[in-house]
Design a protein around this ligand. Structure first.
Ligand SMILES: [Zn+2]
Length: 423
C-alpha cells in the first residue's frame, strides 16, 4: 500500500524531534521519504505551509502531526470484557489465582462470548493510536490462541506472553520451595509456547525456584520472551523474602532472567540500582497502580538510574487501554517527582511508548520513523481548535491529544483505523 502526506509535522528519528516536512511517504509497508524542512517546536505561521500537491493522499496545511505508532507494553486484554470490574476490589481480591474476580469471571465465558470483547478493545487501541501490545495472557494455551485470533482480525499486533491456566503448585509446595514443575505443567508450558511469543506469570511467588529455572531453560531454548510482575506492592517482596530469604526482584534476576519487569511500584534504591546494573527494561503503568490505591512508581529514580522504561495500561478491568491518557499521567507524575518545570522533556515520556521498545523487541520494532523503517505511524489532527495553536508540539502530543484527535493508524503500511472524513 502506498501513500503520502504533504506539508505535515513528523516526529522523526529515534529522538522523535518534531520537523516540518514537505513530504512523508510510504510504500509496501516501509517509510520511503521524510523530507525535513525545519524544526517544528510550534505550529502556525510556518514557512512550510504550502498547499499539498495534486498527487498527495492528503494535504496537511501544516497541521497534520505524524507520530510513531504506539506500543502498549503491558496489557491483559482478556479481561477487557469486564470494564471497571475491579472497582472496590483489592489487588488480591481482583487479580490473584485461584479465586480472584478476574479468573472466576473469565472461566465463565465461552470462546464465542469472549472473542468479540477482545476484538472490540483491540480496535479501540487502534483508534487511540496503538499498533502493538505486549499481553500477559491468562488461561494457558487456549487463552493465547484466542488473543492470536483477535489480533489477526484487527491487525493490531499482539505479542503474547502466556501464563499457566492454574498455579501448578499448592501452598505447601510453594512454602517448601523444593519442587520442580509437575509433568502436566511442563507440557502446558510447551503448549503455551507453541502459540505464544513468550511466558509471564503474576508474581515470582507463584512458582518454586526450581520451576523458574525450568521456565528460563525452556523459553531460552525456544527463543521466547520472559516477563514478570515485580514489586507491585510490598507483599510481593515480603512473601518472597519469607519463603526464600530473597526479594522478588532479586529472585527474578537470578533465576528467571526476564526481558521485561513490570510495575516496580515500591522499588527501593537498592532494587532500582540492581535493575540498572542488570540492564533490564521496566514497564510502568501508573494509572493502574493509582486505581488500586497503590503507591505511584518511582519514575524519576528509574530515569536517573538509566533504566530503559516502557509504558502499559495493565488490566482491562482496571484501566482503559488508552496510551494517550497514560502518557499524560506519566509525564505529569514524572515532573512532580523531579520537582521542577523542565524535567523530563515530554519526548522522554513519548519514547517509553515508541523508540524504547527496540531494546526488547529488536530491529523489527524500531519504534521511530525514518526512510527505510516500517510504516508504522499515527496521523493526528492538529487542525482542531484545542491543538491548532500549540506552542509546543511534543508537549501537546503527550498531554492534549485524545483518541478523537487520531485521524488514522497504520502498522507496516496497513491501515488499522481511519476516521472519515480524513480531512
Ligand atoms: Zn499484568
Amino acid at each position: 500500500m502506498t501513500g503520502e502526506l504533504r506539508d505535515c509535522v513528523v516526529l522523526a528519528g529515534p529522538e522523535l524531534e518534531p520537523w516540518h516536512c514537505g513530504r512523508f511517504a510510504w510504500r509496501d509497508g516501509e517509510v520511503v521519504a521524510v523530507e525535513r524542512r525545519a524544526p517544528a517546536r510550534a505550529l502556525g505561521g510556518s514557512a512550510a505551509a504550502t498547499a499539498g500537491g495534486g498527487a498527495a493522499a492528503a494535504s496537511g496545511n501544516g497541521a497534520l502531526v505524524v507520530v510513531p505508532g504506539l506500543y502498549n507494553s503491558h496489557t491483559h486484554m482478556g479481561d477487557s470484557c469486564l470494564p471497571d470490574g475491579a472497582t472496590g476490589l483489592t489487588l488480591e481480591e481482583g487479580f490473584f489465582r485461584p479465586h480472584g474476580f478476574k479468573y472466576r469471571e473469565l472461566a465463565k465465558l465461552t470462546r464465542e462470548e469472549h472473542l468479540p470483547h477482545v476484538v472490540n478493545h483491540l480496535r479501540y487501541m487502534a483508534r487511540s493510536g496503538t499498533v502493538c501490545h505486549i499481553d500477559f495472557r491468562e488461561q494457558g494455551p487456549a487463552g493465547a490462541e484466542l488473543l492470536r485470533a483477535a489480533s489477526a482480525e484487527t491487525g493490531v499486533e499482539s505479542i503474547i506472553l502466556g501464563q499457566f491456566n492454574g498455579v501448578p503448585f499448592g501452598a505447601e509446595a510453594l512454602a517448601a520451595n523444593d519442587s520442580v514443575l509437575p509433568a502436566e505443567a511442563r507440557a502446558e508450558l510447551e503448549a503455551i509456547l507453541d502459540v505464544a511469543d513468550g511466558f509471564s506469570e503474576s508474581t515470582m511467588n507463584d512458582l518454586t525456584d526450581a520451576a523458574w529455572r525450568e521456565v528460563r531453560e525452556v523459553t531460552g531454548r525456544r527463543g521466547k520472551l520472559r516477563a514478570i510482575h515485580c514489586l507491585e506492592n510490598g507483599a510481593y517482596r515480603d512473601v518472597s523474602v519469607a519463603r526464600t530469604g530473597v526479594g522478588d526482584l532479586a529472585r527474578a534476576l537470578e533465576l528467571y532472567d526476564p526481558h521485561l519487569i513490570v510495575h516496580l511500584t515500591v522499588a527501593n534504591g537498592a532494587e532500582i540500582a540492581r535493575m540498572a546494573a542488570a540492564g533490564k527494561t521496566g514497564v510502568l503503568n501508573p494509572r493502574a497502580n493509582a486505581n488500586l490505591g497503590l503507591p505511584l512508581p518511582p519514575v524519576r529514580a528509574l530515569l536517573d538510574a538509566g533504566v530503559n522504561l516502557l509504558l502499559g495500561t495493565d488490566n482491562g478491568l482496571l484501566n482503559s487501554p488508552n496510551l494517550l491518557a497514560e502518557l499524560d499521567f506519566t509525564y505529569k507524575l514524572a515532573k512532580s517527582q523531579f520537582g521542577d518545570a523542565v524535567t523530563p522533556d515530554p519526548l522522554t515520556i513519548l519514547r517509553m511508548a515508541t523508540a524504547n521498545v527496540a531494546a526488547v523487541l529488536g530491529a523489527e520494532h524500531p519504534g521511530y520513523l525514518e526512510a527505510g523503517l516500517p510504516a508504522t505511524f499515527v496521523v493526528l489532527d492538529f487542525h482542531r481548535p484545542h491543538l491548532r495553536a500549540t506552542r509546543h508540539v511534543a508537549a501537546s502530543v503527550v498531554t492534549r491529544v485524545t483518541p478523537e484527535d487520531v485521524l488514522a493508524t497504520y502498522r507496516r503500511g496497513r491501515e488499522l483505523y481511519r476516521r472519515e472524513p480524513y480531512l
